[in-house]
Design a protein around this ligand. Structure first.
Ligand SMILES: Nc1nc2c(c(=O)[nH]1)N[C@H]1C(S)=C(S)[C@@H](COP(=O)(O)O)O[C@H]1N2
Ligand SMILES: [Mo]
Length: 420
């Protein structure tokens, strides 16, 4: 499934691009009057939290659930008061699956006991999860945004159902205008949902983003957040969970030739930058680096000077293979996380941070993104290509490990510019 381009979908990067363009323009303006080249200031890092409204939106549905208002929203059970979650046992059997899944207790609308938001919040008092996650769509080259999500582990919610039998997968879906054709669904294995290894990250049911209620557009009142996964696993407007003995992933994304078990990839992204610079000034490039499944060791850049009539550089050709890459500077962890996180949130309570010191256990945090910077000096007039790539903890440089078709985009980005 591809995402239709839409003008309302101004991505976080576009947003930041606009901001950094403004910064570059400022810098250029300052340069004309400033005596020393070094008076040009490098741009500031991207904010670690993307405002809820600034995420790039990837939503299906006609009408899209977040455009509903008034009575339609109430009928859809998408207000905090009307939201309900059903948890049922799927009756599926087949030639090879002889016995259906069963649950000690189901939660249904018909039975009058579907879970509501106060019940979740109550559960959250005992079992709370907070996690800083970069969102990325498997089909879109740049990340959608990064937020602090809060909720309760899926395993704690499933535990309310008592003994489970013959459960191999957890299927789940969101509001879909009560039209089977619009259903957007995803799944996890039983193990992924129930058995979180020490230091690992649990899938969780979230109702807060950046300290506020999750807005309707971001999938509120309640959405699922799967820390390691591309966006399609994190179902918005969550309404139904079915435990099943079907061993197959029935994810909507799998139908469109995507890998339904893809993990976020380690990768670097270049912010928008001017196409022309004046000689004699340092040139700053910036971007984001996402720490995916294999972690982030470093980000590095390569500058290629384009000689007149030279043949274009292609990934893996001789010029590319002989490239000299230089490490970029990475944004340091903030010394004061209270100025990053919403009021009342201590980093000691956020997954991925040391609960004693409140410092990040790894940097960048797993499945989050930070800014990188590169400063280029003394460039002679001419045409150039600037590339940036991430190197993961296994020593693989982007685009390695080569993405198989549809396991997440991972191309090395290039910015072409001229020094005059
Ligand atoms: N119910 C529902 N959940 C959904 C989707 C959807 O269309 N409907 N899109 C998914 C996809 S493909 C992505 S990439 C993310 C995007 O999340 P965002 O719009 O909050 O950025 O939501 C996921 N959850
Ligand atoms: Mo997506």
């Amino acid at each position: 499934m591809t995402t239709p381009p839409s003008p309302e979908n101004l991505s976080r990067r576009e947003f930041v691009r606009t901001a950094s363009l403004a910064a570059s323009a400022l810098a250029a303006g300052a340069a004309s009057t400033a005596p020393a080249a070094e008076s040009v200031k490098p741009p500031a890092p991207h904010p670690l939290l993307t405002k809820a409204a600034d995420f790039q939106d990837v939503s299906r549905g006609n009408p899209k659930p977040h455009t509903l208002v008034g009575e339609a929203l109430v009928q859809a059970r998408l207000t905090p008061e009307t939201w309900r979650l059903e948890i049922v046992a799927d009756t599926f059997t087949s030639d090879v699956v002889k016995e259906p899944a069963s649950l000690g207790k189901q939660f249904t609308l018909d039975g009058g006991n579907a879970l509501d938001l106060p019940a979740l919040i109550e559960l959250g008092k005992k079992h709370s999860v907070k996690f800083l996650k970069a969102f990325q769509c498997l089909n879109i080259a740049s990340p959608l945004g990064q937020g602090l999500w809060e909720g309760v582990p899926l395993r704690e919610v499933l535990r309310l159902c008592g003994p489970m039998k013959n459960v191999r997968r957890i299927y789940y879906s969101g509001f879909h205008n009560n039209d089977p054709k619009q259903l957007f669904q995803s799944s996890l294995t039983y193990t992924e949902a129930m058995e979180t290894a020490p230091g690992e990250l649990p899938p969780f049911i979230a109702w807060r983003l950046n300290g506020d209620a999750i807005p309707l557009k971001r999938g509120g009142p309640v959405r699922l957040v799967i820390p390691w996964a591309h966006g399609f696993k994190s179902i918005k407007w969550l309404q139904r969970i079915a435990v099943t003995n079907d061993f197959k992933a029935m994810d909507t994304y799998a139908n469109a030739n995507n890998d339904p078990e893809s993990h976020l990839k380690t990768a670097a992204y270049i912010d928008h930058a001017p196409e022309k610079f004046s000689a004699g000034q340092p040139i700053f490039f910036t971007g984001l680096a996402l720490s995916g499944l294999s972690g982030l060791q470093r980000v590095e850049w390569w500058l290629h000077r384009v000689e007149p009539d030279a043949k274009p550089v292609v990934q893996d050709d001789e010029t590319y293979a002989a490239a000299q890459w230089t490490p970029c500077e990475l944004e340091a962890p903030p010394s004061d996380w209270s100025s990053v996180f919403p009021a009342g949130v201590s980093s000691k309570d956020v997954l991925g941070f040391d609960p004693k010191t409140g410092k990040p256990a790894t940097w960048p945090l797993r499945y989050s993104m930070i800014s990188w910077f590169a400063t280029l000096r003394d460039l002679k007039p001419g045409k150039y290509e600037f590339r940036a790539r991430a190197v993961d903890m296994n020593g693989f440089a982007q685009p390695e490990p080569r993405p198989i078709a549809k396991a997440g985009k991972n191309a090395v980005e290039v910015h072409k510019f001229e020094v005059a």
